[in-house]
Write a new protein. Sequence first.
Lengths: 73, 419
Amino acid sequence: MGSDSDRPADDSAETAFVGNAGEPHRAGGAGRQADQAPPTAEELDAREERFTRPRKPMGPVESSTPETVPDEP
Amino acid sequence: MIQANAHAVVVGEAPEMATVRLNRNVGLDDTATSTRTSTIGEPSVDARGDDVFLTGNWYASRSSDGGASWTAVDPFTALPSAAGGFCCDQVVLYEPSRDIWIWILQYIRSGAGNVFRVAISHGTSMGSWYWWDFTPTSVDATWTDIWFDYPDAAVSSNHLYITFNAFAGDAWQRAVVFKIPLDALRDGTSLNYLWWSTTANGSLRLTQGAQDSMFFGSHNGGKLLRVYGWPDGSASIGTIAVTVGDWSSGPYSAPTPGGGEWLKRTDSRITGGWISGTRAGFLWTAGAGSGHPMPYVKGAVVDTVTRALVEEPEIWSSTSAYAYPAACPNANGVVGVSLFMGGGDRQPSHVVGFRDGPDWRLVITRAGTHGPPEGTWGDYLSCRRHSTRPSEWVATGYTMQGGTDRRNVEPQYVQFAIG
């Protein structure tokens, strides 16, 4: 549990950047883009199939023992 | 009732113990979702009194009677399209002090980049939306090959915070945090915001229940947990680093009856965060090991003043896995959770509950009858403080009912309290 060793090794603050997203879009307003057709059941089935692909990485991970791959004969 | 703690799981009920009371526990039928459900459900929900808005892959639905009846909302057409069209991930929040609904939608890549949208509807005119679109290059002109994925969102007293992972192709590049003033969202004015990004940690999970500062955390699958703090009135982000106890970041396996798998997509990223008083807590799914025969929920609680790790709560069972925890404190600081339980003799099922001292009081809202045929489940749930009954929580989950097709996925809306 908590101890002095738990204290941050580096707690230097970082500064955020400023952005601007402009005025909001409203339905029927100038920001309106082409409507999207609703998907068919088959198109959603295809999306479901794509979920069987490996999940995208969550970010950097702590390195563990590297994989060992033998040479092919 | 399931009583789980760091040392044991006990099935039964002791009369003196607090229990979970399900004030509303409703499965959404095909009409409510337009049968646009997926085994990667990613449901999100919030409530304004009896007005409820619930989203998931690839549907949205509204209720005006506390969940008794639902009306489908089409996330593909309710708003004009953007980028390559509506994709998938959605997050819903209701912010009571400004009386606004916040609906975050992720759009498909068009070229290298995509769009995420922050749509606002006032509480008294739910369904009349205005919105801002964020593209990677509108945030940083150099992000020409970047697209956003995997959102999280939470509010503090005066800001909406949103996190995303940023990818180039399928390669993770950085995590980004947006800090957006709630007043501007309410007023629908030109939107100035702050943003910050890091390449040190991914999948940043925000803390629900924030007031003066937002905290968010990530652990990179190891023992070093980094908690970031962003004061509401500041442009500076600080960090706290703590070392948690041993845990395993996989592999994840919890075969269900019949030998099916439901944790093929699971990884160790943090999926639940809360702040209560000075303590920021985080929950994630850990692999079996260290006395845990099944994958389980591991947690860490950090005192943001003393900067020390103060607790490492766990939710585990010797017979089934727990996974994908979401968390939120109620107005009394009691931590509510929404998560899945499955494996062993149990198909993936939805569970809610709360922390009672060192213990967890949990109840299964609905048992699944089947599991996903391809082992795909997740990737997140939601748990919120109820806006007008702040000692209670609202939460989402889902199960499969009557079959293994995506159409058999049934989202669950739950409003629960301490019994």
